[in-house]
Design a protein around this ligand. Structure first.
Ligand code: QAP
Ligand code: CO
Length: 167
C-alpha cells in the first residue's frame, strides 16, 4: 500500500474531467486500496481519484462513525429523488482548513460498479448523499468552493496560495 499525494486548490489538475473506468482489474484495486489508505491517514471521509491526479471515474468514502465502513463507487451515476434540498457544512482534503455551507439535493439514487466490476444501486440521504455528490463533483472537475460566492472562493484561493508558497 502507498500514500498518494493530494492535489490542493487552486491546482488546475483538479479541473480535469475524469474518464469512465473501462476495466475493473487488479491495477484498479491497488489504486482503490491506496486511495483508502490516503483517505484514512488524512483523515478524511471521502476521496475522488481526481484528487490524487488519476483522472478515472472512481471514488472512495467512509461516512461511518467508527471509520470501518469503506465504500467504493466506480463510474457512479446519481439522480435526485424528489426535489428537497439541504445545506451542509462541507470541507475537502483538497481545500484544507476551509469549510462552507453547500446546498444540494437531500436524497439521491446512485448506480455504480463495485470493486469486482459488479453493478449495484442504492438510495442515499444525509451525510452519505452529501459526500457522494461532493466526490462526483471532483470527477467532473468541480470543487465545493464553486458552490459558494466568488468573494469567498477568492479569499480561500489567496490564503491557500500563500500557505503553498511557504510549503
Ligand atoms: C468531503 O471531505 C465531504 O479542511 C470529504 O483540514 C466533507 O474528507 C463530504 C479534511 C464534508 C461531506 C461533508 C478537511 C481534513 C477532510 C480539512 C473530507 C482538513 C482536514 C475533508
Ligand atoms: Co473534496
Amino acid at each position: 500500500m502507498a500514500l498518494l499525494e493530494i492535489l490542493e486548490f487552486p491546482d488546475p489538475r483538479l479541473r480535469t474531467v475524469a474518464k469512465p473506468v473501462q476495466q475493473v482489474d487488479d491495477g484498479l484495486r491497488k489504486l482503490i486500496d491506496d486511495m483508502f489508505e490516503t483517505m484514512y491517514a488524512a483523515p478524511g471521509i471521502g476521496l475522488a481519484a481526481t484528487q490524487v491526479n488519476v483522472h478515472k471515474r472512481l471514488l472512495v468514502l467512509d461516512v461511518s462513525e467508527d471509520g470501518d465502513q469503506p465504500m467504493v463507487f466506480i463510474n457512479p451515476q446519481i439522480t435526485p429523488i424528489g426535489s428537497d434540498t439541504k445545506p451542509y457544512e462541507e470541507g475537502c482534503l483538497s481545500v484544507p482548513g476551509f469549510h462552507e455551507q453547500v446546498v444540494r439535493p437531500d436524497r439521491i439514487l446512485v448506480r455504480a460498479l463495485d470493486r469486482h466490476g459488479e453493478q449495484f444501486e442504492m438510495e442515499a440521504d444525509g451525510l452519505l448523499a452529501v459526500c457522494l455528490q461532493h466526490e462526483i463533483d471532483h470527477l467532473d472537475g468541480k470543487l465545493f468552493v464553486d458552490h459558494v460566492s466568488r468573494l469567498k472562493r477568492e479569499r480561500i484561493r489567496k490564503k491557500l496560495e500563500k500557505v503553498q508558497r511557504h510549503a
